[in-house]
Every structure is written in C-alpha cells, then in structure tokens.
Design a protein around this ligand. Structure first.
Ligand SMILES: Nc1ncnc2c1ncn2[C@@H]1O[C@H](COP(=O)(O)OP(=O)(O)O)[C@@H](O)[C@H]1O
Ligand SMILES: [Mg+2]
Length: 272
C-alpha cells in the first residue's frame, strides 16, 4: 500500500505509534473520504462540538492542504498554523489555538502548502504524536483532504481509528472501496458514516454491500467496516457553514443534529 514508505521508516512509525498509544489517554480519529465535498470538515467541526458538550477535551487538526477551512467553521483567523510548528517557527502550545468553543482546540491548516515526499516524510505525524504525548486531551480529530495522496496516507498510517464520510453517490462509493482496499492491508477496521442520506437503513444496506464486495474480492477477512450512522441533507447545514457557525450548536433540536448525536454515540462505543 505505502509503496513510497521504506520498510525502515514504516517500522519506526509503528514503534512510535505503540509508544504513544500505550502512554496516552488521548484517542485519535482520522476523518477521510476519497471524494471532496462530501462533508468531512462539516462533520469534524460539529462532531468536535457535540463531543465537547459531553465533556470531552477535543483537538481538531486541519490536515487539508488543498482547502484548509476549519478556521472558517470555527470563525477564527489564526496567525499560526500546523506548518509553523513543522517548520520550527512555533512551539506546540503556540499552534494549539483555543476556539470560541469551550474544550475545543484547533491546530489550523494552510491551503497550498507544498508537500515534499523527500524531506517531509513523517513530519506531519510527529505533531500528532507530540499532542498525544501531552496526554491532556481526550480526543484528537484529524480532518484530511480529498484523495489518497502521500500526505493523507501519512495520517492514515498512524491512526487506529479511521472514519470515512461518504454519500450514496456511486463515485463516492467507488472511492470508499479504494480506501477499504488500501486500509485492509494493515488495518482491522474502517468506520463509515453517510452524509446526504435521509434513511438510516440505506447506509446499513450499502455498508453490507461493501462488505460483500470485500469478501468476494478476497480482501483481508479480518478487516471490518463499521457503520456508525447517517446525516440528512439540510439547508441549516449549508447556511450555518457559510455564516461561520456550527449547525449542531445553532439548531440543537434539528433532525440533523439528532442524527449526528447518534453517530457520536456509535463512535464513542468504538473508541472506548
Ligand atoms: N448534510 C448536508 N446538508 C447540506 N449541506 C451540507 C451537508 N453536509 C455538507 N454540506 C455542505 O457541503 C459543502 C462541503 O462540505 P465540507 O464539509 O466542506 O466537505 P469536505 O470537507 O468533505 O470537502 C459545504 O458547503 C457544507 O456546508
Ligand atoms: Mg474539508
């Protein structure tokens, strides 16, 4: 899967991963999708909010170099980003930014950062490791960009918990299957959540089909997909996003907030 990663580097990162997880109470969840525009950032920000309301201390890392928009959703204009830490211009606590929401910390991203395969391998995962080693947060959510580039793969490599956001659109599902194929080589599990999907059961049915496809194509039989829920299409979601607000805070009793609460319940069951 990770052709470009030398086996030595791979071993090194596995060692670091084990060390971090053993010592840290902090859970790590990477949110991804093959396709762009399916709702990853919207979900990440609103999941962070609902988790914070349940008392969890959450860090959100904006790891989308194509379109870093987490600061927009949290209505912030950060002076320092993830890259200031990586390039050695800022200390960790300087890039851990308090959002306007209690118990949510943001590590902001930057659009258009040039990722070099040669010099930067594994530097991005280092910030994650450093945050885990602080041992003061409960959950780190990483919002990745679209596509399975080396940069996204680096975050997937260090995560035990990965959540794919998808729609029922065939092209989005094709991308999810490509993700499954890749992850099944060295992960045991992928969580899946459907956006723009009104019916809970449809998500479950499609998940079952993906599972059958995996079986028929002889993907690693240990690899499981776990369906954690669905969120409908709502005008309130797109509007709040544009207004730099969180729908789960603005519309606490809306169907979509309730749907996301169900997703959070299922997610917490898999994390703890
Ligand atoms: N369930 C939904 N209903 C309506 N609009 C949505 C929904 N989910 C996401 N959106 C909108 O779709 C756009 C893309 O969402 P975004 O979270 O930025 O996707 P991604 O991070 O996957 O690229 C945003 O304008 C967002 O407000
Ligand atoms: Mg996004």
């Amino acid at each position: 899967m990770f052709n470009s990663i030398s086996s030595q580097a791979s071993k090194l990162i596995n060692l670091t991963k084990r060390r971090s997880i053993k010592e840290s109470k902090t859970k790590l969840l990477t949110i991804t999708s093959g396709k762009g525009g399916v709702g990853k950032s919207t979900f990440t920000a609103n999941m962070a909010y609902l988790l914070s309301k349940r008392g969890y201390k959450v860090v959100v890392i904006d790891a989308d170099i194509g379109l870093a928009n987490m600061q927009v959703l949290f209505n912030m204009r950060p002076a320092l980003t993830l890259f200031d830490y990586i390039e050695g211009h800022a200390k960790l606590d300087e890039v851990l930014l308090q959002t306007p929401y209690e118990n949510i910390t943001l590590v902001a991203g930057k659009s258009g950062f040039q990722y070099s395969n040669h010099s930067n391998s594994f530097v991005f995962s280092r910030i994650v490791e450093d945050i885990l080693n602080l041992n003061k947060f409960d959950i780190v959510l990483i919002d990745t960009g679209a596509g399975l580039n080396e940069y996204v793969k680096e975050f997937l490599q260090i995560s035990d918990h990965i959540l794919a956001i998808t729609t029922t659109d065939p092209s989005a599902l094709t991308d999810v299957y490509a993700l499954m194929k890749m992850l099944s080589k060295d992960k045991n599990q992928l969580k899946i959540c459907f956006n723009h999907t009104k019916n809970y059961k449809i998500g479950q049915t499609i998940t079952n089909s993906l599972e059958s496809l995996a079986k028929n194509n002889r993907l690693n039989p240990e690899f499981m997909i776990e369906y954690i829920g669905n969120v409908s299409t709502s005008h309130n979601i797109s509007t709040t996003g544009r207004l730099r607000k969180l729908f789960s805070n603005e519309f606490k009793n809306d169907t979509v907030t309730k749907e996301l609460e169900i997703v959070i319940n299922a997610l917490l069951k898999t994390l703890y």
